[in-house]
Design a protein around this ligand. Structure first.
Ligand code: HEC
Length: 205
């Protein structure tokens, strides 16, 4: 008789335990991060909002940063952190966000933020950018030893002739005086670089 009661008690407690586990699974929060990936400029802040399938969910996150500083672990319903690259190239911060509701945690979701260098951070200079650009595009005519008297491997000459250079490289390829003579048009990026050199003050280095 005693054994039967014991078995009955064990069985019913098993049922209770089992149903408890099922209940918790049903309320496990599912996190949604918006957006799921983001690209920002160095010095700007992330803006990631966090929502869940279950009301009153809290979120906490950890982060792994590469080539970036400013990202920290934290909690809240949005991630707004100012990220800065540590070098001159792009870096990333990868957040792993865990939702918790009613003492139950859901699966973590991950958000990768790419941090690009600020476009205006580096000034265009003759030595760093322009000399190589013109040497490769205007060879051999406008280099020392070339047939044309204007030499782009000389800083002073290039600086004083920059408006002529910009005029010639932006002409139609079929127009008279188009430069590079007999060559193909400079890329939009390279023309933009020449213009930025002017905007940045025609620096030598
Ligand atoms: C194949 C030879 C050749 C190449 C390559 C060449 N040029 Fe010229 N360039 C000339 C000749 C020849 C003239 C003179 C005729 C004229 O003014 O169109 C000239 C004239 C110029 C002038 C006007 C003269 C001056 O001193 O201001 C500019 C500016 C110029 N080139 C810029 C360039 C640039 C920039 C490039 C490269 C993107 C380039 N050229 C590539 C042969 C060349």
């Amino acid at each position: 008789m005693k054994t039967r009661i014991l078995i009955l008690m064990l069985f019913s407690s098993f049922l209770v335990l089992n149903s408890c586990t099922k209940d918790e699974e049903a309320t496990k929060p599912v996190a949604t991060a918006t957006p799921t990936s983001q690209t920002i400029t160095s010095g700007a802040a992330t803006s990631i909002s966090l929502t869940s399938s279950v009301a009153a969910t809290t979120f906490s996150w950890t982060v792994v940063q590469a080539g970036v500083t400013g990202a920290t672990s934290g909690s809240g319903s949005s991630i707004a952190q100012t990220l800065t690259i540590t070098g001159t190239t792009s870096g990333t911060a990868t957040y792993s966000i865990t939702p918790t509701a009613n003492g139950t945690s859901g699966s973590p979701v991950s958000v990768t933020v790419t941090v690009n260098p600020a476009a205006s951070s580096a000034k265009v200079t003759y030595t760093a950018n322009i000399k190589t650009l013109l040497a490769s595009s205007c060879t051999p005519c406008h280099l020392t030893g070339g047939t044309h008297p204007s030499k782009w491997d000389d800083y002073q000459t290039t600086k004083s002739k920059i408006s002529g250079i910009l005029d010639r490289v932006q002409r139609e390829t079929t127009a008279t005086g188009f430069m590079p003579a007999g060559g193909s048009k400079l890329s939009a990026e390279n023309i933009a670089l020449l213009k930025k050199w002017v905007d940045d003050g025609l620096l030598e280095k």
